[in-house]
Every structure is written in structure tokens, then in C-alpha cells.
Design a protein around this ligand. Structure first.
Ligand code: SF4
Length: 113
């Protein structure tokens, strides 16, 4: 069974522009009271931001996820996967040559792409 809190978070994360709380409960197929409890939990866990918003003169809240899931394509420079995946080196990011090489490759791909 899907956890309604997880489901709500995924839905909020799927909307980079944010989603109104008054739309969230309709999309989740739950009542507004249950939605308020879920939103409070997500806010208490610091997973979302909630800001007041007026729609048609009615107060609601605009919800944004604090962290978005990683887009897998962000882990690629062309067809080269970021070296941190499965890395077994002792990590000192500022001195990491494999990462610097990958970032250099990424810059080339972005410049020529
Ligand atoms: S930054 Fe370098 S050392 Fe650290 S995980 Fe990535 S590839 Fe490995």
C-alpha cells in the first residue's frame, strides 16, 4: 500500500512551479483535513515550504518541495556517468581528478551541445 505522505511528497516534487494545497487534496483523492495533516507532517520534516496564497479571494497555500529528485540525465556528461557512482576512493571533492575530468567533459558537452 502506498504511504499517503510519500505520495503527496512525490506529487509536490513533480511540480517545480509548486502546487496549491487546495489542488493537492483533490489530486490525491483525499479530504482537505487529511491533506492538512499530511502537509503539516511534510513541513515539520522540512521537506516542503508552504506559503500563503489567495486564489479567487480564498486563502490557501502554495507548496514547494525543498529537494527535488535527481534527474538521471544530470549524472551524465555525454555518455560518461559521473565517477562518484560506485567510487571507492577516499573522497576529497576539491582534489578529485576523476570528478574534475568529468566536469571538464560536461562543460565540453554543454558548450558543443
Ligand atoms: S568526488 Fe571523487 S572521490 Fe569523491 S565520490 Fe566523487 S569520484 Fe569519488
Amino acid at each position: 500500500m502506498v504511504d499517503p505522505v510519500d505520495e503527496a511528497l512525490k506529487l509536490i516534487q513533480s511540480k517545480p512551479e509548486g502546487i496549491l494545497q487546495s489542488e493537492l487534496w483533490k489530486e490525491l483523492g483525499i479530504d482537505s483535513r487529511k491533506c492538512s495533516r499530511i502537509v503539516k507532517k511534510l513541513e515539520d520534516d522540512e521537506l516542503i515550504n508552504r506559503t500563503e496564497f489567495k486564489k479567487d479571494g480564498i486563502k490557501t497555500y502554495l507548496l514547494h518541495a525543498k529537494k527535488m529528485p535527481v534527474n538521471p540525465s544530470d549524472l551524465l556528461a555525454g555518455d560518461e556517468l559521473i565517477p562518484c557512482i560506485r567510487c571507492e576512493l577516499e573522497c576529497i571533492v576539491e582534489e578529485c581528478h576523476p570528478l574534475m575530468d568529468w566536469m571538464y567533459q560536461l562543460a565540453i558537452v554543454q558548450h558543443t551541445g
